[in-house]
Structures are given as structure tokens and as C-alpha cells.
Design a protein around this ligand. Structure first.
Ligand code: FES
Ligand code: FES
Length: 252
């Protein structure tokens, strides 16, 4: 019979072999009285790789500039800008809907550009100027864009509205008088499940015609398009009509 690897060496009884093994186990774990436990030296974590600093996985100190204020936070590097705004800074205007860069409900401005806050790490936003819908106005003193949304009933449940407002703000900041087609294109990254697109476009178009920078804007400004005046920029698909057979071409 072939010998197994755990058979006692020749000349050593099985009992003596087991006793020796148990003693060795105790020694190796440092539990024998008088023997200090041997601790494995922690592996030195690499601080950078290819010149790129490695952070985390624990919380790290970061600084953000949000709505004109500097804030210092400790966050795990994986935390998104959206979660930092909502859960740490209690700025809940930006909404968390898809959390994967699809719906636009979380839109904020980063250095004047509309971004999905769910798709930007808080760490990445350091050094930038973050603006949320809270920076625009209050219920008592609405920003003209917010007033235009109210004026045109541009929301139902309102969940998508802050994202649309910020996307529209970014659009109007870079192009104060966009055409309807440009508005359509500029808001293409935002979805409204209640289907309030027509009202939203009317609101933005009204502001575009009034001049986005006009501080004296008041709802009902002359020249604002009325419901139904704006054509749907997405033409309806024509249903395939059955072709009529020309007369006299029948088989019979
Ligand atoms: S929650 Fe960010 S795009 Fe939908
Ligand atoms: S108003 Fe409800 S999702 Fe847009």
C-alpha cells in the first residue's frame, strides 16, 4: 500500500506525531504562554500608480465648491456627486431616479456645463463650480426660468423638473435665444415620464424670446407663445396607407 502524505514518519508512533503537530500549531499562533503573537507586517499600500494617486477605499478628505460655498467633507472615493449633494449636504433638488446617466433628473451645472450628478464622482468635482437648482431662486423669489415653468404648467409630478430647469439654464447661458429646434436638442438628455415636454419647451422658448438675462421678466410677458402655437418638432410618423389598385388592372 502506498503511504499518504499525512502518515507519521517511520520510527514515530501516530500518537507522538499528533502530539507534536498540536504543539507546533499552538506555537505558530503564539498562544503558548510567554510567546508573543507573531503579527504579519501590513503590506505597504501603493500610494500611486503610473503617477496617478491611489485613494481609498476608506473615506478621504475632499473639498467642493457648491452654490458658491466651500465645503469640506470626508467621503469614500466611490461616492457620486449626487449622493454627496443629497445625503451629505442636504441639497435634494437634484433627484436620484435611474442613477446611471439615463434620465437627467440629477442634472446640475459643473463649471457651467450640465452634467448628470449621478455619473460624476464627488472627487472629480473638486476644483469645479457646482451649481444646483437651489442656487437659482426661492419660492418667494423665483428665477425667471422657474417662473416660466410655473407659468406654462411645465410639470406634473415635478420629479424631473429640477433637472430640466438646470439643463435649460445651461442651454440659455450659452445661447440666450435658442430656436425651438435648439431647445429640443439642448433638453434631449432629460426625460419626463409625465410627458410635459410641450410645456417645458414653451417655458424655455418664452424665456428665449424675452432674453434669458432679462431680470425684469414677469410671467405672461408679451410675445410668449400660447399653448398650441408651437409645432411639435418631432413630426408624427405617417401610417402606411394601403395602396389602391389602379382601376382596370385586375386579373379578371
Ligand atoms: S439619476 Fe442621474 S441620469 Fe438619472
Ligand atoms: S413631471 Fe413627472 S416626470 Fe416630469
Amino acid at each position: 500500500m502506498t503511504s499518504r502524505g499525512d502518515d507519521p514518519p517511520r520510527g514515530l508512533s501516530r500518537r507522538a506525531f499528533l502530539r507534536g503537530g498540536a504543539a507546533a500549531g499552538v506555537l505558530s499562533t503564539g498562544l503558548l504562554r510567554g510567546v508573543p503573537p507573531v503579527e504579519a507586517a501590513p503590506a505597504a499600500a501603493p500610494k500611486s500608480e503610473a503617477g496617478v494617486p491611489i485613494l481609498g477605499p476608506g473615506p478621504v478628505a475632499i473639498k467642493l465648491r457648491v452654490n458658491g460655498q466651500e465645503v469640506a467633507l470626508r467621503l469614500e472615493p466611490r461616492v457620486t456627486l449626487l449622493d454627496a449633494l443629497r445625503t451629505r449636504l442636504e441639497l435634494t433638488g437634484a433627484k436620484k431616479v435611474c442613477d446611471r446617466g439615463t434620465c437627467g433628473a440629477c442634472t446640475v451645472l459643473l463649471d457651467g456645463k450640465a452634467v448628470y450628478a449621478c455619473s460624476v464622482l464627488a472627487l472629480e468635482a473638486q476644483g469645479g463650480d457646482v451649481r444646483t437648482v437651489e442656487s437659482l431662486g426661492s419660492v418667494e423669489r423665483m428665477h425667471p426660468l422657474q417662473a416660466a415653468f410655473v407659468d406654462h404648467d411645465a410639470q406634473q409630478c415635478g420629479f424631473c423638473t429640477p433637472g430640466f430647469v438646470m439643463a435649460a439654464k445651461a442651454l440659455l447661458d450659452r445661447n440666450p435665444s435658442p430656436s425651438l429646434a435648439e431647445i429640443h436638442h439642448g433638453l434631449a438628455g432629460n426625460f419626463c415620464r409625465c410627458g410635459t415636454y410641450a410645456g417645458i419647451r414653451r417655458a424655455v422658448l418664452q424665456l428665449a424670446e424675452a432674453g434669458a438675462a432679462n431680470p425684469d421678466y414677469a410671467p405672461g410677458l408679451p410675445g410668449a407663445p400660447e399653448p398650441g402655437e408651437i409645432e411639435n418638432p418631432r413630426p408624427r410618423r405617417q401610417k402606411n396607407k394601403k395602396r389602391k389598385k389602379p382601376r382596370g388592372t385586375g386579373d379578371g
